[in-house]
Design a protein around this ligand. Structure first.
Ligand SMILES: Cc1cc2nc3c(=O)[nH]c(=O)nc-3n(C[C@H](O)[C@H](O)[C@H](O)COP(=O)(O)OP(=O)(O)OC[C@H]3O[C@@H](n4cnc5c(N)ncnc54)[C@H](O)[C@@H]3O)c2cc1C
Ligand code: SF4
Length: 506
């Protein structure tokens, strides 16, 4: 009889995962399950499905080669969920106890909490210690605070882990945050940017590609060419490649966008990090080891992982399940069809969506300031926007996707996460990218059929939500401009917006 049955989920593929801390080879077993429900609860990009299944199969093989007993159920029956598959395996394995690391998603935690009752076996849920900040520690940090801003959380984490702190306890380089130096656009004759490392699919991955092609033909996105890392070793090579070839320019061009550069100087590591092929601590240590990198690149990158990623997870567990229902602006419009096809004449959106279809990747500014900004100013329902982000990106899991969508992008949480909505007109997009020069619309025009839709939708958004936003000191300039606006101009903005929104809803 088996003592402990350790269940490892598809985003828990770390060799030192907490559920295996006291694992005894001669008494315990591991169970890994590919289940239909998990593959289909969102319209996951085909590359995301291949990534997760292939990485799971490689991890199982790695463990088996170390002499560990792993029961692995491959995707087959169309009605499967974790509970059904686990109960059928428990009948065969007869474990005394089930051990599992705390899942990433609230939905999965609710399912796990029912296991003891359904299976009549004790279940231990152990903390996921791959993060710098525990869920409880984050909750403590929130106590007595009026505002839960990332910046103060980040400073607390820097101090706690002594990261980029000098001998006097001050931030290295003199500042906590070099955000101001992270805003360059890419110059016209900038040389080609080194691409992320591409890995050749082996036999296991080829088999998964064939299965995904057959079983999930209607899912979003291109299946091939598939080049993601699917093992710890490959992911480590991708990390080293980023540090060698792109980290130094990460800071200056962090907010830039370019039509021919899908990845720019970004790390393209989130998809590996989120399933356990890389660890946050491993990435930060490796980045800090590298000499001669500009402080705005090192700090900018550390801020994303130690700051944003940890803070986002904290907000998720602190606010769920209420957070997923937030809709501060009462946004009611449907997600336009072009989010799934890229079929729009707005070149910035077309480019980002076509890239997403191909790569299952878009960098942060494309997600936030193009597809996200449009959804915000066009008043798209948060749940539909969320469903889209959760489906299309290889790194998408609710714990990280939801606060980024509801909080950072849509301000649907009414300001829990951000101090103001990230709304922007065509001017910002034109400044930070080369999209506008190839667009049917004219970014300089504010009104009429040829005007850039971001221009009038931007003002329409603030006019519509004036009561909810006009007291926000960070929006003082916006509302002082609105005060100066003639009634005629306001009507023109409203009419242009109405016409355009009807057009895209068809
Ligand atoms: C609407 C929206 C939805 C998003 N959904 C997801 C998601 O489902 N999964 C996801 O991992 N990230 C998400 N992000 C955050 C961010 O866009 C991605 O982490 C990043 O683009 C991944 O690319 P990269 O690895 O090249 O990141 P880099 O730019 O190289 O950044 C380094 C790392 O920092 C972390 N990071 C950076 N920004 C954030 C952030 N805002 N929140 C959390 N971690 C961050 C990521 O782990 C990333 O790998 C979303 C952002 C927005 C605006
Ligand atoms: S003109 Fe407007 S719609 Fe066209 S690419 Fe520029 S910002 Fe996007």
């Amino acid at each position: 009889m088996t003592n402990n049955l350790c269940v490892i989920l598809g985003d828990q593929l770390s060799s030192n995962i907490s559920s295996l801390k006291n694992f005894k080879k001669n008494q315990d077993k591991i169970l890994m399950m590919e289940v239909f429900n998990e593959a289909t609860y969102a319209n996951h990009h085909k590359k995301k499905l291949v990534l997760v299944f292939s990485a799971m199969r490689h991890f199982a093989k790695e463990l088996q080669e170390k002499g560990v007993s792993v029961t692995y159920s491959k995707i087959n029956k169309s009605q499967d969920n974790f509970t059904k598959e686990l109960s059928s395996q428990c009948k065969k394995i007869q474990p005394k106890r089930i051990v599992i690391t705390h899942p990433g998603e609230y939905r999965v935690l609710q399912e796990i909490k029912k296991w003891e009752k359904v299976l009549k076996i004790p279940v231990s849920i152990v903390d996921d210690d791959r993060f710098f900040c525990t869920i409880d520690e984050f909750k403590k940090w929130t106590e007595g605070r009026k505002e839960l801003r990332m910046e103060s959380f980040y400073q607390m984490m820097r101090k706690k882990y002594q990261i980029l702190i000098d001998n006097n306890g001050k931030p290295k380089g003199g500042k906590w945050n070099y955000d101001i130096k992270n805003r360059k656009s890419l110059p016209k004759n900038h040389p080609d940017v080194p691409k992320p490392l591409q890995h050749k699919p082996d036999d296991i991955t080829k088999q998964v590609i064939a299965e995904v092609k057959k079983k999930f033909p209607k899912h979003f996105g291109d299946l091939e060419p598939f080049w993601f890392a699917v093992t710890h070793e490959q992911a480590k090579k991708s990390l080293n490649d980023f540090i060698k070839n792109r980290l130094s320019m990460f800071g200056p061009y962090e907010d830039a966008m370019a039509q021919e550069e899908s990845f720019l100087y970004h790390s393209v590591l989130s998809m590996y990090l989120n399933i356990g092929l890389l660890e946050p601590k491993q990435i930060i240590n490796k980045v800090l080891e590298k000499d001669g990198i500009k402080v705005e690149s090192v700090e900018g990158f550390v801020r994303q992982i130690l700051g944003w990623r940890e803070y986002i997870r904290g907000i998720y567990w602190y606010t769920m399940p209420k957070y997923s229902k937030t809709n501060y602006f009462d946004a009611k419009n449907k997600l336009p069809k072009f989010y799934w096809t890229g079929n729009t004449e707005m070149n910035c959106i077309k480019n980002c969506i076509e890239q997403t279809i191909k790569e299952s990747y878009a960098h942060h500014i494309q997600r936030l300031m193009i597809t996200g900004n449009f959804a915000l100013i066009a008043g798209i329902k948060p749940e539909e926007v969320c469903e889209w982000y959760l489906s299309v990106y290889a790194d998408a899991y609710e714990w990280v996707e939801l606060p980024n969508t509801h909080g950072m992008t849509l301000y649907a949480d009414g300001g829990v996460l951000g101090s103001k909505p990230y709304a922007a007109s065509g001017n910002y997009i034109n400044k930070m990218s080369d999209y506008c020069k190839d667009c049917k619309y004219d970014v300089k025009q504010k009104e009429g059929d040829d005007a850039c839709p971001f221009n009038y939708l931007y003002w329409n958004f603030f006019l519509k939500n004036q009561k909810k936003l006009e007291k926000n000191p960070r929006l003082w300039t916006v509302f002082s401009n609105i005060k100066k606006m003639s009634q005629e101009k306001k009507s023109q903005i409203r009419n242009n917006s109405k016409k355009f929104l009807i057009q895209i809803s068809k």
